[in-house]
Design a protein around this ligand. Sequence first.
Ligand code: NDP
Length: 496
Amino acid sequence: MTATRVPGLPVVEDGVLISTHPATGKEAGRVPVADAAAVEAATARAREAARWWQSLGFDGRKERLMRWRSLLARRVEEVAELTGLEAGKPHADAVVEAAGAVEHLDWMARHAKRVLGPRRTATRLLLMEHTGHLEYQPYGVVGVIGPWNYPILTPMGSIAGALSAGNAVVFKPSEYTPIVGQWLADTFAEVVPEQPVLQVVHGLGDVGAALCRSGVNKIAFTGSTATAKKVLAACADNLVPTVIEAGGKDAIIVDDDADVDAAAEAAVWGAMTNAGQTCIGIERAYAVAPVYDAFVAAVVEKAGKLRTGDQIGPITMPRQLDIIREHIDDALAKGGRAVLGGAEAVQPPYVAPTVLVDVPADARGIREETFGPTLTITKVADAEEALQQANGTSYGLGGAVFGKRNAIRIARRLRSGMVAVNGTLTFSGMGNLPFGGVGDSGFGRIHGEDGLREFARPKAITVRRGPSLLPAMTFERTPGQVATIIRALKILYGRR
Ligand code: NDP
C-alpha cells in the first residue's frame, strides 16, 4: 500500500527516493538513498578517482570537460524536459538555465590552465637570488550540495569549477531534484567512463550532513542561509573549508533617467522567472518619485499578462506556498496594497504574479526571502534613499540598477556581490564573472577566475638560483651584511 502523496513532496519508500511533479504528482523518477557509510564509500572512491583525474593534467581534463559540454548542448531539450517533469519548470526557463550551465562549463574548462597552472612570479629585490613560482593545486575531493530551484545551473557552477581545477566531486542534489542531479552524473560518466570522477549521492538533509563529515576536502554549498549554518557547523569538526551560496533579497533601483519601460520589463522577468524561485530574483524595487507612477503602471501591465502554467510554473516546494502567502498577508496587514494579484494569488501549487506597493520596511516581504512571483515597489525621493533601503537587509547577493548618468556609481554602492546595470540577473550568465554574495547571502565565489581558485589551494614555491647578495635568512650572516640590509631597506623603501 502506498500512502497518498503530496504532489512534488519527495518521499522515501524502502530506501528509494521518489521524485514527483509539483503540480500533477506524476512520478519523475526514483533513485536509491545513501546512508552515511555509502557517502563515506563514495568519498573514498572519489579520492582514488581524483588521483587519476589529476594525472590527466589541465589539457586532458579540458578535452573531456569540453566533450561533456558538447553533450549537454546537444541534449539540452532532454535535461530541460527532465527539469520540467521534476521541478515543474517551464520549458523556456529550463532551456535558459541549461544554457547557463553550458556557458560556465565551457569557460571553466577553457581557462583552468591559464588561471591555475604554474607560473613564475616577478623577482623581489631583497630576495633576488630566488625565483618565485605559483600554482594552484586541487583540494582532492569536493562535496557539492545543491538546491532544487536551478538544479542544472547552480550545481554546475561548483562542479565545473571543482572538476576543471582537478578535483573529483561527490554531489548531493536536493531531494526535490534528484533525477536531474543523476542525469548530470550519468552524462558525465558517458564521456568519462574510466573513473567515478563525478558521483552523486541521494537522500534528505542528513545525507548532505553526512557528506560534510565524509572526509571531503571542501564543501560547496548552495541553499538557504539556515541550512548553510548547519553545513558550517558540520564542517567545523574537521576544518573543512566551504564556499557558501545562500539566499537573497535582491533589489532593483530605478533612477530618474531610466528607460522606464525597459526597467519594468527587466524587473518583471527578474522577479517572476522560474515563478520567483531564484536566489538572485528581484524581490524589491525602489523607484525614484519622478518615474514611480510610470514604473508601477508598466510593471502591472507586463506582469498582468503572464499566465500561470506555461509562463509561471508551479511552486516546486509545497511548504514555500505558505511562506509566500504569509509574506503577502503580512504586507497587506501592515498597510501595503496589491496593485496586481494579492492574497488570492496563491492557488496551490501556483502563485499568480503579485505586485505590492506601500509596503513598510519592517514587513516580512521586504526583509525576508519570499521566493515567489512577487515584487514590492517602493517610492523613494532619490537614488541615495533607494540605496539606503536596498542595502537594508541582512542579505547581499545580486541586484540591478536602471538609469544613465549615475547607474554605475549606484551599482558600486549596492551591498551585493553582483549587480546588473540596465538588465536583471545577467551576471549569472557570464562565465568570466564571479558569482557570490555578502552577509547572509554567503561567502566565497563560484564562476570566473575566482570561482576556479575557490577549488584549488595556492602553492608558493621559491627556488634559489644563485648565492645570496644580502644573506638575511641564515645565522651565518655577518654584522656587515646586516648593515648592508639596513642600507638597502632605507634606499628601497625608506623614501617618503
Ligand atoms: P535548502 O537549504 O533547504 O537545501 C539545500 C541543500 O542542502 C539540499 O540539497 C538539502 O537537502 C541540503 N541539506 C539540508 N539539510 C542539510 C544539512 N543539515 N546538512 C547538509 N545539507 C543539508 O535550500 P533549498 O534547496 O530550499 O534551495 C533554496 C535556497 O537556495 C534559497 O534560499 C535560495 O536563495 C538559495 N539559492 C542560492 C543560490 C546562490 O547561488 N546563492 C542559488 C540558488 C538557490 P534536501 O533538499 O534533501 O533537504
